[in-house]
Design a protein around this ligand. Structure first.
Ligand SMILES: C[S@@+](CC[C@H](N)C(=O)[O-])C[C@H]1O[C@@H](n2cnc3c(N)ncnc32)[C@H](O)[C@@H]1O
Length: 245
């Protein structure tokens, strides 16, 4: 009975919850995906982890990791991306990712970076402020490097909001790294830096209203099943105009 009550009352934003975050996630996934899909997804994620030989599972609060920059305001805890959802997002992009560059904003243990390499990105950049997670990501990347010899991996320790947007980025990937206020700060800092269209994949888009407020510079291109992710295009001239207003 308690479980049923919790299932229907817990907010979607399980990432900000502390010790019980795994339980909150379980309720979230059961409520939104159902038991069969939750089990099937879990099994496929586990298989993919084994196939790639990486270790990215677990939920970690940044506070429990040694942090390189001390700036944690508005940051969410670590949880790895789902391969199942990542693949759906790749299929929904309006171009082939071959030869393109992806930036993972809050790259954690590097799972999305590895999945991006597998998808065919030529270069994958990660920025993560919890240096304990960065260390694990380095190990994971070294494990898969021989599989993806054509992909350039670039991993940075630091605050994603202060990170200068590399000029060659085509896709910015965010798996719910920030709360609403920090997401707004990231957008406001990043927008004036873009000089060509940028596609943004927002996984678990609990603060989509923040991104929507950057319209018309930002327009929604695609919404995944059950609203598990959204894809946006950000255009430079309008973006600059919007940033000034
Ligand atoms: C939900 S995890 C996603 C991990 C990874 N992108 C993936 O998809 O597998 C969000 C990550 O963002 C990181 N993060 C949150 N705020 C950050 C900030 N200001 N700068 C750098 N990393 C941040 C957290 O430490 C956490 O590892």
């Amino acid at each position: 009975m308690i479980a049923v009550l919790l299932t229907f009352t817990l907010p979607m934003d399980f990432k900000t919850r502390g010790r019980l975050s795994w339980l909150a996630y379980l309720f979230y996934t059961l409520k939104n995906r159902g038991l069969v899909r939750t089990c099937a997804m879990g099994y496929r994620e586990w298989r993919k982890e084994r196939e790639l030989g990486i270790r990215t599972f677990g939920m970690t609060k940044a506070e429990t990791c040694p942090t390189c920059c001390g700036e944690q305001a508005g940051g969410h805890l670590y949880q790895p991306s789902s391969w199942v959802l990542f693949k759906q997002a790749m299929a929904a992009l309006p171009f082939s990712v071959k030869g393109k560059v992806m930036l993972d904003v809050g790259s954690g243990k590097g799972r999305a970076m590895v999945l991006a390499a597998e998808a065919g990105f030529a270069k994958v950049i990660g920025i993560e402020y919890a240096s304990g997670l960065v260390d694990v990501a380095h190990v994971n990347i070294e494990r898969v490097r021989p599989r993806f010899p054509d992909t350039v991996f670039e991993l940075h320790d630091g605050d994603a909001i202060a990170f200068a947007l590399p000029k060659d980025v085509d896709v910015a990937y965010l798996f719910n790294p920030f709360d609403a206020e920090a997401l707004g700060r990231w957008m406001t800092t990043m927008m004036p830096q873009i000089c060509r269209p940028l596609h943004i994949i927002y996984m678990h888009p609990v603060f989509a209203h923040v991104l929507d407020s950057f319209s018309p510079a930002l327009s929604e291109l695609h919404r995944g099943d059950r609203d598990e992710f959204r894809i946006y295009t950000l255009n430079p001239p309008a973006a600059l105009k919007s940033a000034v207003v």
